[in-house]
Write a protein that binds this ligand. Structure first.
Ligand SMILES: *Cc1c(COP(=O)(O)O)cnc(C)c1O
Length: 469
């Protein structure tokens, strides 16, 4: 390990400098400003593999892959080199009316690895955006506009799932169902319909995850029976509702959802922004259901976590639906940085690493190790559920360790665990009272052992602290 001289005073001074000017995302800033240190700010100097090196000279394990973006570790040399090379060749150019190699080569690559279903027309075209939410906006607008172009005006609604998350822009928020992010903006949002989540955590007594998936699919079927003529697309997160608390469901659901969309002439949009690129054990989560969507949204890990970029993959039929003499029938959506060459170069390097390093196979081994380390938590008196999908493991904390006794939100168990883990050198960022592991793929056995030990200590500390608070 590098020998780094501790510089605690520098870290403290940095916090002050930061808080004087920055407004941080997804944060109640008052908790940072609070002299009691309710939410400590972590000043980071650099990244190295699965680790972040703080300005205090300490190393912190990035157990959440920096909001699920990082795949192969921080400052990955091959990705860094690709960006550097591209920066001295062509840093950016308008993509309307112009072509460049990174955009074309990346599109070719993505289409070649995208989920494919026998007998269904493959995903054939790539539209770029520059972040996940923008990618979701693109997919929603494409689905709606396609019907308009066919002279069908009645299909103006989307179906999404309870507890789903698709981003923060107004269109993406409209199909999201996490009250903390959505409720205040509700008056501004387009109307969407929500179908029950197949979430296995919601299984009733004696019900299996597969049965739960089928029950949720039956409810989706009824919703479609009643409203199909008004619906242009169903949008969902395959396999794991990540922001919704790493809630996982049986792959049978997506298979049924695909069949129902086909039966009702509704597009299926798979949002694999968080679960794509090997995170859940297969290259794409949709593969576990043997399903191919009509529109596939990718972002987060697309560049290995180095630069913002999103891609929406569409079928030839969707693309063809926009070909016309009318410019209004074209998909005019654009962002200044659409198809940015630096981001595309980073993504190409990232896609090459997925293959060169045999990442899916290696992740299989790492997932096994994670399963072994996670198993004992099932007996913890405050853990109601331990669940896993590949490189994601989640622990649902409750008062008595059963599903019926959630902690009071005011107890801030997750926040207390966050602070306790940070003090022990691990960056966890719980979703409410759900703690989860979603480390970069390069995480090694020692780091995983530290993660497991720290998670247990953080849970115990949080519960003890909350009781005496
Ligand atoms: C993070 C996320 C988004 C939004 O992506 P941003 O780049 O944060 O805008 C959309 N969908 C899912 C499933 C996500 O996890």
């Amino acid at each position: 390990m590098d020998h780094i001289i501790a510089r605690d005073d520098t870290a403290a001074a940095w916090r002050e400098r930061d808080l004087a000017v920055l407004w941080h995302p997804c944060t109640q800033m008052r908790e940072h400003l609070d002299p009691a240190g309710t939410l400590p700010l972590l000043p980071v100097e650099r990244g190295e593999g699965a680790w972040l090196i703080g300005r205090d000279g300490r190393r912190y394990l990035d157990a959440i892959s920096s909001w699920w973006t990082n795949l192969f570790g921080h400052a990955e040399p091959r990705i860094a080199a690709a960006i550097a090379r591209q920066a001295t060749t062509l840093e950016h150019v308008i993509l309307a009316g112009v072509s460049h190699a990174p955009a074309v080569e990346l599109a070719e690559k993505l289409l070649s690895i995208a989920p494919r279903e026998a007998g269904r027309e493959p995903l054939a075209k790539v539209f770029y955006a520059d972040n996940g939410s923008a990618g979701v906006e693109v997919a929603l607008k494409m689905a709606f506009h396609w019907f308009r172009n066919r002279g069908i005006d009645g299909r103006t609604k989307f179906i999404a799932l309870d507890n789903g998350y698709h981003g923060e822009t107004l269109g993406a928020l409209a199909v999201g169902d996490i009250p903390l992010y959505r409720r205040v903006y509700a008056p501004l949002l387009a109307e969407a319909m929500f179908a029950p989540s197949p979430d296995a955590y919601l299984c009733e007594e004696g019900e299996t995850p597969a049965q739960r998936a089928h029950r949720a699919a039956d409810a989706l079927s009824e919703l479609l029976e009643r409203h199909a003529g008004e619906v242009c697309a169903l949008i969902l997160e395959p396999r794991v509702q990540c922001a919704g608390g790493m809630r996982m469901h049986d792959p049978a659901y997506l298979k049924r959802a695909r069949e129902l969309c086909d039966a009702h002439g509704v597009f299926l949009i798979c949002d694999e922004i968080a679960v794509g690129f090997g995170r859940t054990g297969t290259l794409f989560a949709s593969e576990q259901s043997g399903v191919q969507p009509d529109l596939l949204c990718l972002s987060k890990g697309l560049t290995g976590g180095a630069l913002p970029l999103a891609a929406v993959l569409a079928t030839q039929s969707i693309y063809d639906g926009f070909l016309d003499v009318s410019r209004e029938k074209a998909f005019l959506h654009s962002h200044s940085y659409t198809g940015n060459p630096l981001a595309c170069a980073a993504a190409l390097a990232s896609m090459a690493i997925l293959e060169q390093d045999d990442v899916i196979v290696r992740n299989g081994d790492t997932s096994q190790r994670m399963a072994t380390l996670a198993a004992p938590f099932a007996d913890h008196p405050h853990v109601a559920d331990v669940r896993q999908a590949g490189m994601i493991v989640a622990f649902e904390l409750t008062r008595r360790g059963d599903k019926r006794t959630p902690f009071d939100a005011g107890a801030r168990i997750g926040l207390r665990a966050y602070r306790a883990a940070l003090e022990r050198g691990v960056l966890l960022r719980p979703l409410g009272d759900v703690l989860y592991w979603m480390p970069p793929y390069c995480v090694d056995d020692d780091a995983l052992q530290l993660l497991a030990d720290t998670t247990r200590a953080a849970i115990d500390h949080a519960i003890e602290e909350a009781a005496c608070a």
